[in-house]
Design a protein around this ligand. Structure first.
Ligand code: ADP
Ligand code: MG
Ligand code: ZN
Length: 473
């Protein structure tokens, strides 16, 4: 029998705010343990939470970027459980009235577009972090109370690769929107993976297995690559799957049982009596709507459409936003955006990698347009253009000036080219004979020699014509 996997992800993302969710402590990673704490985030008695307005804005903004509805009323609930890293013994979250619901995300997958429905994106708070030493454990509460967005997908994903593509697309969107830095190294994105399998064609969902607390996208892929075949094998051997929570053991490459449905927590959710329901007013919503940005996929599609770029180039500009913005500023004024893209990606990007910033570029954007125009007009050869680019990058001089100073203007004068061709043929009788004998590729070698003799200035197609004429019987 053929089986299919069904996957839904609950993704937790730390919001990019200056302060924590309910107090003024800094939301900052990497400080010495327990230095960003106060009575509120330590859960001391007698204190009251005050909601962070920017966190509420980022939550609604995420909802808008994910095409969600924004209900007129949301509320905060207490999720009760006991754990050393949770100072209040409850976590403030949004249970049955989240800030955003019913959206979707679209991303490139398997050569086409995939769409996954978003159940909800709601606001909650992060907990502290436990550290285990040889003889004792410690808790760092710097992270406790950091605003956390939980994005829940519908069970629309069908493979490990698709889950990976979804997470990558989600991260891109959140970074674009300024919602979160999504720095995996700093634990800013964690997710719970829900996965079941069923015979292909079956519409009912199978028993859900939840793999908790994954902190890398590649880990999610590895866990699913293990878990999906494991579940199929159980069914094929006539076994039954029951709902349970499992843990991914990355070094061992396996999932193992953590708890079954029977010992699942009862969180005793109830509305937090210290917090007002949240009812966004029109003016506030308008401000948040003004922060909606172009989505990564839309940007890529626009670059392909507006500038006729190959998908690979548009992908580069999707992933490197400042470089893409730079390209666009130049391309808008150029009649040949495709060539501009090639120069930006193949040449400029390589030089930037050596440590220059776009803001520190010595040449004007117009110089790139001029360079492309010089090549187009065949004033300089493409190899001379490389020299011009290098010098214009180093000195900021205008291309025309460099061409003049270095005498790089292409030689299209037939008699000069004839001379270079004669020299090339005389110096390389072997390839010349090869070409005469019918080996067409030998012409390229000779053409290369002409380019070399002319120090890149010969018009290459003219050189080819002349060589051919001279060698053809
Ligand atoms: P819970 O209340 O246990 O968190 P939910 O029904 O809210 O469960 O679903 C949590 C996540 O699990 C969602 O992302 C959802 O898409 C996914 N999910 C639910 N049922 C299944 C299933 N049978 N197989 C795979 N994923 C599922
Ligand atoms: Mg869950
Ligand atoms: Zn605090």
């Amino acid at each position: 029998m053929e089986y299919e996997a069904v996957i839904g992800l609950e993704t937790h993302v730390q919001l990019k705010t200056r302060s924590k969710m309910w107090c003024g402590c800094a939301n900052e990673f990497g400080a010495p343990p327990n230095t960003h704490v106060c009575p509120v985030c330590l859960g001391l008695p007698g204190v009251l939470p005050v909601a962070n307005d920017e966190a509420l804005r980022l939550t609604v903004l995420t909802g808008l970027l994910l095409h969600c509805q924004i209900p007129g009323r949301a509320k905060f609930d207490r999720k009760n459980y006991f754990y050393p890293d949770m100072p209040k013994n409850y976590q403030i979250t949004q249970y049955d009235q989240p800030s955003t619901a019913n959206g979707w995300v679209e991303f490139e997958f398997a050569g086409g577009l995939a769409r996954v429905r978003i159940t909800r994106a709601h606001l909650e708070e992060d907990v502290g972090k436990s550290f285990h030493f040889e003889r004792h454990s410690g808790v760092d509460f710097n992270r406790a109370g950091v605003p956390l967005l939980e994005i829940v997908s519908e069970p629309d994903l069908r493979s490990a690769d698709m889950a990976h593509a979804y997470l990558t697309a989600m991260k891109d969107i959140l970074v674009y929107g300024g919602i979160s830095d999504c720095d995996m190294e700093k634990g800013m994105v964690r997710c719970d993976v829900n996965v079941s399998v069923r015979p292909r064609g079956e519409t009912k969902l199978g028993a859900k297995i939840e793999i908790k607390n994954m902190n890398s996208f590649s880990g999610v892929r590895r866990a699913l690559d293990y878990e999906i075949p494991r579940q199929i094998a159980v069914l094929e051997q006539g076994g039954r799957l029951a709902q349970e929570t499992r843990r991914w053991d990355d070094p061992a490459g396996i999932t193992e049982p953590m708890r079954s449905k029977e010992d699942a927590h009862d969180y005793r959710y109830f509305p937090d009596p210290d917090l007002m329901p949240f009812e966004p007013v029109e003016a506030w919503l308008t401000e948040v709507k003004a922060r909606v940005v172009e989505l990564p996929l839309a940007r890529k599609q626009r670059f392909i459409h507006d500038y006729q770029l190959p998908a690979g180039n548009a992908e580069v500009f999707k992933n490197d936003v400042p470089l893409g913005d730079y390209f666009e500023r130049v391309a808008r004024q150029s009649s040949n955006p495709k060539s501009i893209a090639n120069w930006v990606i193949n040449n400029l990007r390589a030089r930037l990698a050596e440590g220059t910033t776009l803001a520190g570029l010595k040449f004007r954007p117009g110089s790139l347009i001029e360079l492309v125009a010089l090549v187009e007009a065949k004033t300089i050869s493409t190899s001379a253009a490389q020299q011009v680019f290098a010098e214009m990058f180093d000195t900021g001089k205008a291309p025309a000036q460099i061409v003049q100073e270095r005498g790089l203007a292409q030689v299209s004068d037939a008699s000069a080219i004839e001379q270079f061709c004669d020299q090339a043929i005389a110096a390389h009788p072997g390839p010349a004979a090869d070409f005469k004998a019918g080996k067409a590729a030998a012409l390229n070698f000779l053409k290369g020699q002409v380019m070399k003799l002319s120090r890149g200035k010969a018009n290459p197609s003219l050189a080819g014509e002349v060589l051919e004429r001279k060698l053809k019987p």
